[in-house]
Design a protein around this ligand. Structure first.
Ligand code: URA
Length: 263
């Protein structure tokens, strides 16, 4: 699929009227749609090499001293199997008492793209896989439109998807600071193992976990940040996009920005 075809597919799945096929006269086929925002922190022409865990600085201190990670040191050296087992056995916060199962993550263990969401919902808690509900369907469609998938594919095409929390908060309430802090070593270790070339932080809690920022998504998106050396693009959470479809075009711009870093 050519870039223009991908964009058309994206417009269809996102329901962005300006970009629907019927608007062909407004957008010549040879021209890219929705220009990627200007990069402010990372030059487009020189994507950085994938970082190695050894080259990374120590993680920043958690924002809440009372919610310091309990398992940080123990998790830091784990391989995939041990990490998965540690997550499955975790009882570091009260969510262990209400979950059906933990939701570890899915995708290529050396994916170039790593997507970070918030927390499992009802479907994810049932099925043990992130983003399998309505928001996940939109995420899959968006990924597909830029040639990416969660299904079997080479590491440049198969993404890795993880959440900041591995357990569902009851009634899908917002994650609490202590839950985020105690779960964070797991996400940090997943990122260190995957060594992605681009991180896509979807929504407020992913941004808080990775950038330590409380700024609104609208102020953080459209430029390139870094998480321990890895370029990071902020975008809206798919569940938000389902409620606010007028912002889907901005999410598309964010995906284009992320893709441009790997070209
Ligand atoms: N929302 C998320 O942030 N993650 C999921 O896995 C599902 C919904």
């Amino acid at each position: 699929m050519s870039w223009t075809d991908r964009q058309r597919a994206m417009l269809r799945v996102m329901g962005v009227p300006l970009w629907q096929p019927s608007a062909r006269t407004a957008v010549p086929a040879s021209e890219p749609l929705g220009p990627a925002p200007v990069l402010q922190e990372v030059p487009q022409q020189a994507p950085p090499p994938a970082p190695t865990p050894a080259a990374r600085p120590a993680p920043a201190a958690p924002s809440s001293a009372s919610a310091a990670p309990l398992v940080d040191a123990a998790v830091a050296g784990l391989g995939w199997d041990a990490l998965r087992a540690a997550v499955a056995a975790c009882e570091a916060c009260s969510l262990a008492g209400t979950r059906t199962q933990t939701v570890f993550g899915v995708g290529h263990p050396q994916a170039h793209w790593m997507i970070v969401g918030e927390a499992p919902g009802e479907q994810e808690d049932r099925q043990g896989e992130p983003f399998v509900g309505a928001a996940g369907q939109l995420l899959d469609a968006m990924l597909h439109a830029v040639g990416l998938t969660r299904g079997e594919a080479p590491p440049e095409r198969q993404v890795y998807i993880a959440n900041t929390l591995k357990c569902r908060p009851p009634r899908n309430r917002n994650p609490e600071a202590e839950e985020l802090a105690r779960c964070e070593p797991f996400l940090q270790r997943q990122i260190a193992l995957v060594q992605p070339r681009i991180l896509l932080a979807m929504g407020r809690f992913a941004v808080q976990a990775l950038l330590r920022s409380d700024e609104p998504i609208g102020r953080l998106r459209g430029r390139v940040h870094r998480y321990q050396g890895v370029p990071l693009v902020v975008t809206y959470h798919p569940a938000y996009l389902l409620r606010q479809p007028q912002d889907k075009a901005k999410a598309w711009e964010d995906l284009c920005l992320a893709a441009s870093l790997l070209e």
